[in-house]
Design a protein around this ligand. Sequence first.
Ligand code: IVH
Length: 677
Amino acid sequence: MNEKQKIKKEHKNLINQIKKHNKHYFDKDNPIISDSQYDKLKRKLVDLEKKYSFLKSYGSVNEIVGTKPSNKFKKIKHLKPMLSLTNAFNKNDIEDFLKKINNFLNSKGKIVELFTEPKIDGISATLIYEKGILTKGLSRGDGVTGEDILENIKTISKIPKIIKDDNLPDLLEIRCEIFIGKSDFQKINKNFANPRNAAGGSLRQKDPKETAKIPLKYFAYGLGAVEPNKFFTQSNFLKKISEWGFSTNPMSKKVVGVQEIEKEHQKIDNLRSSLNYDIDGLVLKVNDFHLQQRLGNTSNAPRWAIAYKFSAEKAITKIMDISIQVGRTGAITPVAKVDPVTVGGVVVSNATLHNEDEIKRKDIRIGDFIQIQRAGDVIPQVVSVDISKRTNTSEKFSFPTNCLCGSPTKKEFSKSTKKEDAIRRCLKGYECKYIAREKLKHIVSKEAFNIEGLGKKVIDQFWDLKLIKEPSDIFNLNYKKILQLEGWGDLSINNLKNAISNSKNISLEKFIFSIGIRHIGQENAKILASFFISIEEFSKLYDNKLRKKLLKNLLELDGIGETQIDAIDNFFSNKINIKITKNLSSNLDIISYSIKSKNGKFSNKKIMFTGGFQNMSRSEAKSIAENNGGKVLGSLSKKLDYLIVGDSKPTKRKVDQAKELKIRIIFEKEWNKILNS
Ligand code: IVH
């Protein structure tokens, strides 16, 4: 063999090796060499091809790599979304929760039975059984779409792979929380901050054999999809599945009223440290499934459940400095840089001071000794200041009146509360680089574009390197530069490319939420999407004249008020915002809003309510109308199809006006008939 032939042979050999490892990584999800070893092989190939130009004909590296979708796990849409829970921190919050339930159900003092369970601090997953056989196991993902982690889940011995019962639903979805016991965590702890992270890491192993090495446990806590339904209460559901072999938490019970809830909260909090797994509160659920269904969900969380958190862990430390942080809406948050201290197993060096008024109220100063507390994943907070430890050189903190970008800040006047806001804000938008960077973090977040691999830290890194300045840059990244950064290899870049490319198909409501107009959260973004339907219509807001007209029409939408309309007007009055929004949308395929239950009882009908109902609250009536394809309006106009009039104190003027406009009027009795038909 001559020299040239030898080189060709080495070249071919390298290509074959890379192909083999691609197969292990992409197809089998089970690489047999590390990322850096793989990168070395590739570098060798590139170098060889550079050195000997006659080799080029064998194909470039980029053709070999990355033809397959590279996300580690297959994405699967949940049969029913996996929601999160609203938090309660004290008795007041619980009283509010109970009041809201009673109001919604219009239950007139009749006490609703609840079921309490410990809230396990682990990783949520969902198990799908078809005719009793475990066929799918998914992670929560973004709540709408999860990842297929079935093989890893199967390594948990206590999870039934088959359920046997004569009376089994054909389809049964069990929601559960997977965790590592505290003692097991001590034994295996390698690089994880806490058992929760370790459980997450273990579940996301590419090789189920790796998962199997770690002793994962779980508690089943909820019912997802079921067909046909054979369950009527949470308590009976858990009893039944525990008979079928599922692990359920033994410290669950029925409770009624605030007193009993408080007692149970105390009791479990006292037991907390003696348990072999982390819990961070109680979950309270309405026990009756029919009532749960009536209560339904807001966009993120069910109305029928709440997480009653335990009081946070506390520690004493010293404030070394106070700096400010700028949020995506320009909010200026003071942050205490503290002497690092361990709180609940995590080293804390920052604590939030909320706002200027809070610093004044507590007279917090640099050099003060403070008590801080940390609850769950939220930023630690300052509980109290120990004034006795203050030296005489200590000075009151004077709050900066300028943003980090140098522009002046202002406290806004809120039209709805008629008060001055406690929060000072930078009035700039993308022109303030601190705001711009936070806006980017919002755009890539789970609720918005949901780009895996492009988290807050990466945004910071890319921002510092000027790889990203505005949202559209995400879709035109300089991957050559990124490849040179530490921690990035061909595989991670490939994953990022895929995640970014997948995110280009985005619904209009998510797009509206993503661009970050103040006061337009997920719920309002949905309402706006249902009004505009397509991006073409939405982009009429960019034009000053058209916008003024459109904004007037928005007032009729239930949920959109003056505050939101002013915020939209403000956002699009800014030319930079328009340019940035246009640049962004030009990279995307924005999917028009589709009305979901088109063939409901009120499909495509515009409805308005007046007066109260006997059997349901206004909120429930509204949610029933919407679930049946109707659109609920907040003001009367010719466009209205039905005015629904409750028996209790309807507004006469509205009824008269509707008569004049020849709008169909439906009284309470008929409304009930329609619902029952
Ligand atoms: S019920 C919203 N029960 O907490 C759906 N959740 O913050 C109803 N969790 O994603 C959830 N223990 O992963 C429920 N006993 C329990 C739970 C529990 C832990 C987790 C669950 C959920 C998260 C919500």
